[in-house]
Design a protein around this ligand. Structure first.
Ligand SMILES: *Cc1c(COP(=O)(O)O)cnc(C)c1O
Length: 390
């Protein structure tokens, strides 16, 4: 670094930035010009393209992954008196979904390496009232679904995959989520494919898809788009208590463009993650999230674990990064420690791995436009923390 560069303030490196451009702007402009901005033909196109890409027969677009999780439990018939096993080590929406249908979330621990629940950690959390499990592809690491279904299917327990972070990840040669009876996806700007806000519910079951389509639209017998299409609109009926979880055509138009670039987006993330992996491979006390033996990650959240052999604790490393103008984030949260859940934690299985990971991991900057020089700055800052000679 030259003296003049050292003297100037460092530009800030963000932890994440959405990858959006002119094509998205053009797609939104076309929807506005069409005069139909609510759920309509673009949403239908986006659903078809998404189902095709994910190799799942049905896709139902909704307003967020949180609403997709709610609908997943609703169509699976989960309700009051039922327990739903969820990882505590996840964004809070995973734990909240059971409450929306009147069920109780029961926390399971996660695997120390993948950050995902396993058949063993779920088995330890099962109760006589368990009727569903929400398995999260944590930070884009695919969950090992097959052993989990081998455990749950014979017991009549639904496995819902919270694939909020998993678009572009693969499990045993197929897209993550393709093997689940119900999977929920997020298009929040923090995720790889974004529509501003938005989500999707996917399923191989037509009955689930049909009911989810109705429930997202007030459980109306005729969709608003179909009513608009006919001059003399048929009278609609409201078949049960539904919700307004619709996606707009403005969002779907953005989603279609983003879906077309998914392969490129995931390749770039995997390259950037590989750079971090090489840089930190031989540093004692550091472990970077990596592909599990049974699949590949999209590196939605590229997390780094600071172990006891590392000179700085996680929080101290974050302070050093911040001092160098680098924005990292604390690792994934633990829902059982949040005020909303403190008094609800049903006894039972240990959450030791959850507590270790949430206290000792941080998320490194990783986004499509991250410049090589900026990634080198992040690597240098971490290596400086590792001590002299690194
Ligand atoms: C982001 C996220 C959600 C919530 O997604 P929204 O689309 O914002 O509702 C749910 N679960 C997990 C694991 C997430 O990472």
């Amino acid at each position: 670094m030259t003296t003049s560069e050292a003297a100037s303030p460092l530009t800030r490196i963000d932890v994440m930035r959405p990858w959006l451009g002119e094509e998205e702007a053009q797609a939104v402009a076309e929807v506005i010009a069409s005069g139909w901005v609510a759920q309509g033909p673009r949403v239908r196109q986006f659903e078809d393209a998404f189902a095709h890409e994910q190799q799942i027969p049905y896709a139902v677009a909704v307003s967020s992954c949180t609403s997709a999780l709610h609908l997943a439990l609703a169509v699976a018939g989960i309700g009051p008196g039922d327990d739903v096993v969820v990882p505590s080590f996840s964004f809070i929406a995973t734990a909240n979904a059971p409450s929306y249908v009147g069920a109780r979330p029961v926390f399971a621990d996660v695997d120390r390496l993948s950050g995902c629940v396993t058949a063993e950690t779920v088995a330890a959390a099962l109760t006589p009232a368990t009727r569903a499990v929400i398995a999260v592809d944590q930070g884009g690491v695919p969950v090992d679904l097959e052993p989990l279904r081998e455990l749950c299917d014979p017991l009549g327990i639904f496995v819902v995959e919270d694939a909020a972070c998993a678009i572009g990840s693969r499990y045993k040669g197929r897209p993550a989520g393709a093997g689940a009876e119900l999977a929920a996806w997020s298009f929040h700007p923090r995720k790889i494919l974004t529509t501003g806000e938005g989500g999707m519910l996917t399923t191989p079951r037509k009955d689930f898809a049909d009911r989810a389509r109705r429930l997202r639209e007030h459980a109306m017998s005729v969709s608003a788009a179909d009513r608009h299409a006919s001059i003399l609109a048929p009278a609609e009926e409201y078949l049960e208590v539904g919700f307004n979880y619709r996606m707009t055509d403005l969002q779907a138009a953005v989603g279609l463009v983003q879906l077309g670039r998914l392969g490129q987006a995931v390749r770039r993330r995997r390259e950037l993650a590989a750079n971090y992996a090489v840089a930190f491979a031989n540093v004692p006390g550091l472990r970077l999230v990596a592909d599990p033996p049974y699949g590949t990650c999209n590196f939605q959240s590229c997390w780094l674990e600071t172990g006891t052999d590392f000179p700085l604790g996680r929080d101290e490393l974050m302070v050093q990064l911040a001092h160098d103008g680098i924005s990292a984030r604390r690792g994934i949260m633990a829902a059982h420690r949040q005020p909303a859940y403190l008094t609800r934690q049903p006894g039972g299985s240990s959450l030791a791995n959850t507590e270790w990971l949430t206290d000792n991991t941080l998320i490194l900057p990783l986004y499509h436009q991250l410049a090589m020089g900026d990634q080198v700055r992040v690597i240098d800052s971490v290596l400086r923390a590792a001590g002299p000679g690194r």
